[in-house]
Design a protein around this ligand. Structure first.
Ligand SMILES: *[C@@H]1O[C@H](CO)[C@@H](O)[C@H](O)[C@H]1NC(C)=O
Ligand SMILES: *[C@@H]1O[C@H](CO)[C@@H](O)[C@H](O)[C@H]1NC(C)=O
Ligand SMILES: *[C@@H]1O[C@H](CO)[C@@H](O)[C@H](O)[C@H]1NC(C)=O
Ligand SMILES: *[C@@H]1O[C@H](CO)[C@@H](O)[C@H](O)[C@H]1NC(C)=O
Ligand SMILES: *[C@@H]1O[C@H](CO)[C@@H](O)[C@H](O)[C@H]1NC(C)=O
Ligand SMILES: *[C@@H]1O[C@H](CO)[C@@H](O)[C@H](O)[C@H]1NC(C)=O
Ligand SMILES: *[C@@H]1O[C@H](CO)[C@@H](O)[C@H](O)[C@H]1NC(C)=O
Length: 841
């Protein structure tokens, strides 16, 4: 009754917006084949539907179940996936004819390998749909060949593998026995959870299918927990207990004991230990996320109790108002066990309704070891398999709710971060083919980065995380993709490394690199929880100047200026690179604010203004992220002597920045014969000298003509310049290309101001909160940094300074004479680990 009420309320609140203040934008995005994250792909024109993945114990070989074949890929070398062997397994022509005769499409009449598991040290077991007539076979691992059955008859695959390749199934091998969840008939309406290849005293078991133990399920996953001797199955099915809603889908966890042998009279060759319960992933005031998509177990840390095993599941919603959304919920094994130890619902066989009538308990359903139980006990067990209570997520909160990504597959890893804390990192695959690396923080999830896994979106069938290799394998229709889970060296400054908040990475002050925590030196710094780059990267102890007493204020230095030559009356667009989607960018001029009457700053980081004497000069683009301010670009806008048709203006040869190519289109006067206004986009791809080769390009030249005599003037005063903002100009301007955004920007001007003000205000609040919360952390992190090679050298300041602080030494003559400080460069390689000595930030 109260459940009904609960769902009723949810339905009433349909459309009620769930306010989530967490920012679920991936901080950095790596498009397909981006140099920052090299994705390795295995594709082959002869091979398709590579959906079943199995990694060997030594993690050197990846076995892949594909269409009509089992593949052996060599993955021993990082960044390489090479096919070493292939076992063809196609249906015979008679099988294919049969399949077509049954009215199935030809593309589905293949052998799609859907079960691939190691049985023991010498053999593997594989099953495929085999043109709607499932088959299984042993595979000899050493020779990588099928083991022919002595009887010559192929292994029947019914109950082990679906007939229909579009139906989901799950399988797990325990002690050489195969536990499966699949449909066991051609039409797909006889679902079973069963055991095959039973060994010793065990007999093959299945569910009694007369009872409706499963109601049109979609199997998602299964897992074996050794100390409990139980196999857990995860699936969604029709929740018949909610008979007031037509076909309400519910998510379930079910269990069976591995030592089950069935009953002696009652439940012969049937499970005596099968029980199931509902998994809830449900926010107040929102429709429930009721359809499980994928789930993964995260075992406790060493020494932790197995009851602390966590399951991270992706859930979507059955209702179309929630389409494209998904949620992640976390369940604990302890809670699942508690629900199975509680009361059970009872099915009234006449009315086919479930009730929660409290009854005399003859037995504990789900209990292992009922082989010799009495018939009355077994009859009780047979009727009581649906737990009354539902399994709630840990803390009754959803770990993540994504309003705009339908996640389909999940992998999870516990990461020991620099600083000692452990974090859970989830790898979530979106329907559109992006892998979101997400860390679960105390205050909510943070998406560190997204990597595009495929050029075209496609339905992924399987993802598999190898922690030792540090890669995620993704199996899809078109091939297998290997995605490195991190590339710390992509973050080239301390601030970037810390702002990324990747628990896998930490900043090494000594080598001044962002490195993998698991392989890096001891004293890395990182602040996963808050990303306090200000506190970590501008810490006074890091800057040696503080020691010599010449403490500098934390001024923000800009990259070398870019020179931009413009003609008066030209609309100039300056562009600022995006280093993070979570940063807010804004433009400044030395000692002056940018008046909104003269400038348009857009959220994409671009700045528009009309070239005029007052607007010539320096412009700097700053980004503020998490309270940390950095300068991303700097331009010096100058007046050009005369507009040439195509000019290449070298900025400077000494600077690392390359030449700026400025292309000025020839001016084409309009029919009215008025003076044109040109728009130029000046972009710099690089912030802070960060991303590989510095690139400076002028993207486009857009030519715009305006009418009206007022524009004949060279824009000597602000009023004429400000006419650039007046609507009259928009109406008369003949616009092409990107100037549209200028005029658009104009109409949204007040909105822009409002949004900016709100952003700044919320940033301030956040910043103050963060600073307050962080005070103790900062103090902790300001502890002096000792780099390898310097800590042993404690003989005296004179000895130590030149090694650890070369810049200081150069400025300050040592007591031992001038040669020593000058030997800075030669002393550098003396660092024991080859790390560079500490240098100021
Ligand atoms: C990591 O990032 C750096 C810098 O962008 C890039 O040069 C390198 O190729 C990347 N490595 C991998 C394995 O993606
Ligand atoms: C592995 O299983 C296969 C198939 O049941 C069997 O023939 C083989 O002897 C087993 N090997 C070992 C080492 O147990
Ligand atoms: C229980 O069943 C096992 C076989 O499953 C048998 O060996 C044992 O003797 C039985 N115990 C009793 C008390 O019946
Ligand atoms: C973090 O995980 C490691 C194992 O990876 C474990 O030894 C350590 O105790 C954990 N630390 C905390 C604080 O849980
Ligand atoms: C097999 O792959 C093709 C594309 O290569 C896809 O269209 C088809 O749906 C896949 N079949 C199954 C059963 O996944
Ligand atoms: C970069 O070039 C400009 C113009 O040539 C020059 O003024 C500036 O000093 C240079 N900066 C550096 C760091 O060399
Ligand atoms: C500004 O332009 C208008 C024409 O649009 C012109 O009449 C006026 O003289 C200009 N203002 C000044 C101060 O030059």
């Amino acid at each position: 009754m109260h459940i009904q009420h609960c769902f009723g309320v949810s339905l009433l609140l349909l459309g009620h917006l769930n306010l989530c203040l967490c920012n679920l934008t991936p901080r950095v995005s790596f498009p397909f084949e981006s140099p920052g994250r090299s994705v390795v792909q295995f594709t082959n024109p002869d091979i398709g539907n590579t959906t079943t993945l199995l990694l060997s114990d030594d993690e050197a070989t990846l076995f892949v179940g594909a269409r009509d074949a089992v593949l052996l890929l060599d993955v021993s070398q990082p960044g390489v996936m090479e096919m070493k062997d292939k076992l063809d397994w196609s249906p015979s022509s008679t099988d294919l004819d049969d399949c077509s005769m049954k009215g199935k499409k030809k593309v589905d009449c293949h052998n799609f390998i859907r079960v691939l598991h190691f049985l023991n040290s010498t053999h593997m077991y594989a099953c495929g749909t085999h043109a709607f007539s499932p088959r299984c076979s042993y595979i000899d691992l050493k020779r990588f060949s099928f083991v022919t059955n002595p009887s010559g008859k192929p292994h029947e695959g019914r109950g082990r593998c679906p007939y229909d390749p579009y139906q989901r199934n799950t399988a797990v091998v325990v002690d050489g026995e195969l536990y499966t969840g699949t449909v066991a008939d051609y039409r797909g309406n006889r679902p079973v959870i069963s055991r095959h290849l039973s060994q010793g005293l065990h007999t093959d078991l299945k569910l009694d299918d007369t009872l409706g133990w499963l109601e049109d399920p979609t199997f998602v996953s299964s897992t074996f927990l050794p100390s409990k001797e139980k196999v857990y199955f995860f699936f969604s099915e029709v929740g018949r207990e909610y008979d007031f809603i037509d076909k309400l889908v519910v998510s379930r966890v079910a269990q069976v004991c591995t030592n089950d042998v069935g009953g002696q009279r009652t439940l012969q060759r049937r499970w005596t230990t099968f029980v199931k319960a509902q998994l809830l992933c449900h926010n107040e005031n929102e429709l429930p996320y009721n359809v499980i998509q994928d789930i993964v177990a995260l075992l406790p840390t060493e020494g932790g109790a197995e009851d602390e095993t966590l399951f991270y599941g992706i859930f979507s919603s059955q209702w179309s108002v929630n389409s494209g959304k998904s949620a992640v919920c976390r369940f604990q094994l302890r809670d699942i066990k508690a629900v199975f130890a509680g009361n059970y619902k009872v099915l009234n066989r006449d009315t086919l309704r479930w009730s929660t009538r409290v009854q005399e308990k003859f037995a504990s359903p789900g209990q292992c070891g009922l082989h010799n139980a009495s018939d009355s006990t077994l009859r009780f067990v047979k009727d009581n398999f649906l737990a009354d209570q539902s399994v709630q997520p840990v803390g009754r909160i959803l770990s993540l709710v994504s309003p705009d990504h339908g996640y389909t597959n999940i992998a999870a890893q516990r990461v020991h971060a620099a600083g000692g804390r452990n974090y859970t990192v989830l790898f979530l695959l979106t329907e559109s083919g992006f892998l979101h690396k997400t860390v679960l923080l105390d205050k909510g999830p943070h998406i560190i980065e997204e990597v595009q896994v495929f050029r075209n979106p496609q339905r992924v069938k399987n993802i598999f995380l190898s922690i030792t290799k540090g890669v995620v394998f993704v199996g899809s229709s078109d091939g297998v993709t290997q995605v490195p889970i991190s590339n710390c060296s992509f973050y080239q400054s301390c601030a970037e490394c810390v702002l990324a908040r990747d628990p896998l990475c930490g900043w090494d002050h000594c080598s001044r690199t962002c490195v993998l925590v698991s392989s890096g030196p001891e004293n890395l710094v990182q602040d996963v929880e808050s990303g306090n780059a200000e506190g970590i990267c501008r810490s006074p102890t890091v800057s040696p100047r503080s020691r010599s007493g010449v403490q500098r204020p934390p001024s923000v230095s800009c990259p070398p200026s870019e020179h931009v030559y413009v003609s008066l009356n030209e609309v100039v667009k300056l562009q600022c690179p995006e280093v993070s989607r979570l940063a807010v960018r804004h433009w400044e001029r030395p000692n002056s604010l940018l008046s909104p009457n003269l400038y348009i700053q857009q959220t994409d980081g671009s700045l528009y203004f009309l070239a005029a004497p007052p607007t010539l000069g320096h412009y700097s683009c700053f980004s503020v992220e998490n309270g940390y301010r950095q300068c991303l670009a700097d331009f010096l806008v100058r007046q050009q002597a005369s507009a040439t048709s195509r000019a290449v203006i070298p900025t400077s040869t000494q600077n690392r920045s390359t030449t700026t190519q400025v292309a000025l289109n020839k001016v084409t006067p309009t029919s009215q014969g008025t003076q044109p206004v040109r728009v130029r986009t000046i972009t710099t791809e690089v912030g802070h000298g960060a991303r590989g080769p510095e690139l400076t390009t002028v993207q486009e030249v857009i030519q715009v003509s305006t009418t009206g005599s007022r524009d004949r003037h060279s824009g000597q005063d602000d009023r004429n310049l400000s006419s650039f903002r007046q609507p009259r100009l928009t109406e008369t301007a003949s616009i092409d290309g990107e100037l549209l955004s200028v005029t658009n920007g104009k109409t949204y001007y007040w909105e822009l101001v409002a949004v900016t003000v709100m952003l700044v205000m919320s940033l301030c609040v956040l910043l103050m909160g963060a600073l307050y919360a962080l005070r103790p952390h900062c103090r902790h992190r300001m502890a002096p940094q000792v780099c390898p090679g310097t800590d042993s050298n404690v003989g005296g300041d004179q000895e130590r300074d030149p090694l650890s602080q070369p810049t200081v030494s150069v400025m300050k003559p040592s007591k031992q004479g001038m040669e020593k400080p000058m030997a800075v460069s030669s002393s550098m390689p003396r660092g024991s680990n080859g790390h560079l000595p500490n240098t100021p930030i």
